[in-house]
Write a protein that binds this ligand. Structure first.
Ligand code: NAP
Length: 361
C-alpha cells in the first residue's frame, strides 16, 4: 500500500515527506498512529548530529518517529490479546541475539545488534500506517486516548534511569534514616521534555528538585515549574547555586562543559546520570583534579539509554498519577499539535516547546 511518511537519510540528516509503497503482509498487527511525538533525538538525526543513527539495511531513507500513541486496525489472534481497536504504545527497541536482548532487556543490549524504530536501522512510526508484532505493543490501560499518553515513550527512559538509581544507590546509605530521599538534592540539566519528566519523577521520590538551563524559561515552561513546585534557575545568570551540594545530577543537555561545571558540586556518594547526547557539542577537558574528586567523593557516573516493557508500563502509571496529582498542568506539556507536512518543526525548536506532537487522525 502507498503510505505517507516522514523520512530522513541517517546519519547525514535532512527531512521530507515521502509516499512509499510498503508491504505489511509479514506483520500480524496493522496499526495507525494517533499521535507521534518529536524529541531531541529526532532533531539530532535530522541535523546530522547523531552519528549512531542509520538507515535500514540496503535502504537510503529512514522513516522517523519513535514516540507513538497508536490504534490497532487489525490483528491476527495472538497470545498477548492485542486486538482491533486497542490503544497501544509501540516499543522502540527490537532485540538482537545477546543474552540481555533474549531476556527482554534490549535496552541493555550487550553487542549493539538491537535496532531502534526511527533511529537505528528500523523504520519508525511517522507514517499513515505501520505493521508490527504484538509482543512489542504496550496496551494503554482503559484504552485511553488522552494526548498525554504519547509521553509514555519518553517517560519510560525516566523509569529506567530511576531503576539505575535504585541499583547504584545501594552501594552506600543514600537515603535519610527513614529510608526516604527527603533532604537530598537532585539537579536536572536541560529544560526540554525529558528534563521536565525527570524532574517530576525526582519529586515523586522526594528529592528537592531543580531544573536548570543557561537562559531563562519562556512563560509556558515557567508556569509548569510554578504549577508543579519544581525549582528552576538560569545558571548562566545566577551561577551554580548548589551550596548544599548535589546528590543526583541528571544531564539532558549532552554538553560536556556544563556537566563538568555541575560535577564540581556533587556530594559524597553522589550519582551522575548522563542521558543527553549531542555529537556536535564543544569538547571539554577532564583534568587530574576532576578525576581525583570523582574518586575521593565515591561518585557514580553512569550512562542510561532506552527502557524495557516494564518501564513503559511504569511510565503509563507515572503519567496518570501525575495527571491525578497535578491536573491540567501535565496537559500543558503538549505545547503544539501539528500536521505531518509541517516538517519545518524538525529544523527549529520553538522556544516554548515542551512536547510537540504530530496528529495523524
Ligand atoms: P531537548 O528538548 O533538545 O532538550 C535538551 C535540553 O538541554 C534543552 O532544554 C536545551 O536547552 C538544554 N541544553 C542544551 N545545552 C545546554 C547547556 N549547555 N546547558 C543547559 N542546558 C542545555 O531534548 P529532549 O527530547 O528533552 O531530550 C534530551 C536529550 O536526551 C537529547 O540530547 C536527546 O537526544 C537525548 N535522549 C536520550 C535518550 C536516552 O535513552 N539516553 C532518549 C531520548 C532522548 P534549549 O532550551 O536552549 O534548547
Amino acid at each position: 500500500m502507498i503510505v505517507r511518511s516522514i523520512v530522513t537519510d541517517a546519519p547525514q540528516g535532512g527531512v521530507q515527506i515521502e509516499s512509499r509503497d510498503m508491504d505489511y503482509s509479514s506483520f500480524p498487527v496493522i496499526l495507525k498512529p494517533i499521535l507521534t511525538g518529536i524529541c531531541g533525538t529526532d532533531r539530532g538525526i535530522v541535523n546530522g548530529a547523531l552519528p549512531f543513527a542509520y538507515n535500514p539495511h540496503g535502504e537510503n531513507r529512514l522513516i522517523l518517529g519513535h514516540e507513538s500513541l497508536s490504534m490497532v486496525i487489525s490483528a491476527e489472534p495472538n497470545q498477548y490479546n492485542i486486538k482491533a481497536g486497542d490503544i497501544v504504545v509501540p516499543m522502540v527497541r527490537r532485540p538482537g541475539k545477546c543474552l540481555n536482548c533474549l531476556i527482554g532487556r534490549s535496552d541493555n543490549c550487550s553487542d549493539g545488534q538491537k535496532h531502534e524504530a526511527g533511529v537505528t536501522g528500523l523504520h519508525g512510526f511517522m507514517r499513515d500506517e505501520f505493521g508490527d508484532f504484538p509482543e512489542y505493543l504496550v496496551r494503554v490501560p482503559g484504552n485511553r486516548k488522552d494526548d498525554i499518553a504519547v509521553l509514555t515513550e519518553p517517560v519510560k527512559n525516566v523509569e529506567k534511569v530511576f531503576e539505575v538509581l535504585d541499583i547504584i544507590s545501594r552501594r552506600s546509605i543514600f537515603t535519610d534514616s527513614s529510608g526516604a530521599y527527603d533532604g537530598k538534592r537532585a539537579v536536572i540539566i536541560g529544560t526540554g521534555s525529558e528534563g521536565f519528566l525527570f524532574a517530576l519523577k525526582s519529586m515523586d521520590y522526594g528529592f528537592s528538585t531543580g531544573i536548570t538551563n543557561r537562559h531563562p524559561l519562556d512563560s509556558t515552561k515557567a508556569k509548569l515549574v510554578e504549577d508543579t513546585g519544581m525549582g528552576f534557575y538560569d545558571y548562566a545568570r545566577a551561577g551554580i547555586r548548589e551550596e548544599n551540594g548535589i546528590d543526583l545530577l541528571i544531564d539532558t543537555s549532552g554538553d560536556p562543559g556544563t556537566v563538568l561545571r555541575f560535577l564540581g558540586r556533587m556530594n559524597n556518594n553522589g550519582i551522575v546520570v548522563l542521558f543527553g547526547t549531542n555529537g556536535k557539542a564543544q569538547p571539554a577537558q577532564v583534568d587530574g583534579e576532576i578525576l581525583g574528586s570523582i574518586v575521593e567523593k565515591n561518585l557514580s557516573i553512569v550512562g542510561s539509554v532506552d527502557g524495557a516493557r516494564i518501564h513503559y508500563e511504569g511510565a503509563l502509571q507515572d503519567i496518570y498519577q501525575w495527571k491525578a496529582h497535578y491536573g491540567k498542568a501535565i496537559e500543558t506539556m503538549i505545547t503544539a499539535r501539528l500536521r505531518p507536512d509541517d516538517t519545518g518543526i524538525f529544523l527549529k525548536k520553538p522556544a516554548d516547546e515542551i512536547k510537540t506532537v504530530i496528529s495523524w487522525e
